[in-house]
Design a binder for this molecule. Structure first.
Ligand code: GLY
Length: 373
């Protein structure tokens, strides 16, 4: 079988526009691809120890081959890394390495590394350019694109951050081969999100090809990442700072973030797993409010389950929280305005909208049903 062709998606933001390259084997050409963005032959690369063990040598070799010197910071893996202490460590290190305004900082990793490195780049010397080299499916289809950067607070996830667009995104699909299956499935939830929020035909396609994609089918992976990035690029170009339609990208996230907070961001629940449960809750709430049909809610659950994703809160190990904990978590969501929680709700598969008109007693019922054993 021939390798699928590299795909290019443009995020159209005027003089801050940037390309997303999607295809197999891109890391080998990293140095040459970055060359047009460099003012001097030196970059700073931030990664984590898992990714470093798998991909750092290839990245450094490619940079060396293009005569680009590289200093590297290797952080502990995991969501706990997205905190003030690690941000300070990265900023101190970048300053000690004399990274200048005109330099390029590279984020090689998943969402945690991309978000933290992007935020460091946003505030270092009031803004330094950075490039995203996402190594997880979740980062390739969502977090590396669109310029949201952040760290977490004890008050909630991603509450401290900035919009700072990368100069280039290199999504090397071959890197997904080294992802643990559970992480790949979690990233797949974000792929499904694009179908559910605005593209029913893409959801149909995922029902046909999702299992093959998760099992390693390279053309299916390139196709799914490309369609996801196209959808995200379109939304970000129209609403960079989330004044309106960008909020749709948070389908399932208000519920998901509350679940992540309730499980202390620990290994019981990956972000994408929280989003999978959250999207099911969004469909169930919508059905309870008389919009989406129960049949559609069932279809979404069935597909996510078939892939091996959790679809109910009760599937999380050792649940030690209740509906009140989740309601309190939602009240801290970034989308709260004037004390009202903004929800992304589906009218149907492929058609979602933003609303703060949610019946709290139905919301509680839906949460309690999801938690029931
Ligand atoms: N992950 C949601 C967004 O980028 O807007």
């Amino acid at each position: 079988m021939n390798a699928p062709q590299e795909q290019l998606v443009n995020v159209a933001l005027g003089d801050r526009s940037y390309p997303i390259h999607i295809g197999p084997g891109l890391l080998a050409g990293l140095g040459n691809r970055l060359a047009p963005f460099l003012k001097r032959n030196r970059v700073a690369l931030v990664t984590d120890s898992h990714v470093a063990a798998l991909h750092l040598a290839a990245a450094e070799q490619s940079l060396r081959a293009a005569d680009v010197a590289c200093v590297t910071q290797i952080l502990p893996p995991g969501e706990q890394t997205k905190n003030f202490a690690t941000l300070e460590r990265v900023l101190d290190w970048l300053l000690a390495e004399k990274i200048e305004r005109g330099d390029l900082i590279l984020a090689l990793g998943g969402g945690v590394i991309g978000d933290l490195t992007g935020f460091a780049a946003a505030i270092l010397r009031r803004g330094v350019d950075f490039a995203q080299i996402p190594t997880t499916l979740l980062a390739q289809v969502d977090s590396s694109v669109g310029g949201k950067t952040a760290i977490n607070s004890p008050h909630g996830k991603n509450l401290i951050g900035a919009f700072h667009q990368p100069r280039i995104v290199l999504a090397d699909i071959s890197l997904l081969d080294s992802l643990p299956r559970r992480e790949l499935r979690a990233g797949y939830a974000e792929v499904v999100k694009y179908g559910l929020l605005g593209d029913a035909a893409f959801f149909d396609w995922l029902e046909q090809h999702g299992a093959a994609l998760c099992a390693g089918d390279l053309p299916a992976r390139v196709e799914a990442v490309t369609r996801s990035c196209r959808a995200k690029a379109r939304i970000v170009a129209a609403d960079e700072r989330e004044a309106g339609q960008r909020a749709l990208l948070n389908l399932g996230h208000t519920f998901g973030h509350a679940l992540e907070q309730a499980t202390n961001y620990d290994a019981r629940l990956l972000h994408g797993e929280g989003v999978a449960i959250g999207m099911c809750l969004a469909f169930e709430l919508s059905a309870a409010m008389g919009m989406a049909t129960g049949q559609e809610a069932g279809r979404v659950k069935q597909h996510l389950s078939a892939i091996g994703l959790p679809v109910r809160a009760a599937q999380i190990d050792a649940v030690d929280f209740d509906a009140d904990t989740l309601l309190a978590g939602m009240a801290q969501d970034k989308k709260v305005a004037d004390g009202r929680i903004n929800f992304i709700l589906p009218r149907a598969i492929g058609d979602s909208f933003v609303t703060d008109q949610v019946d709290l007693s139905l919301l509680r019922q839906v949460l309690e049903a999801s938690l029931a054993r």
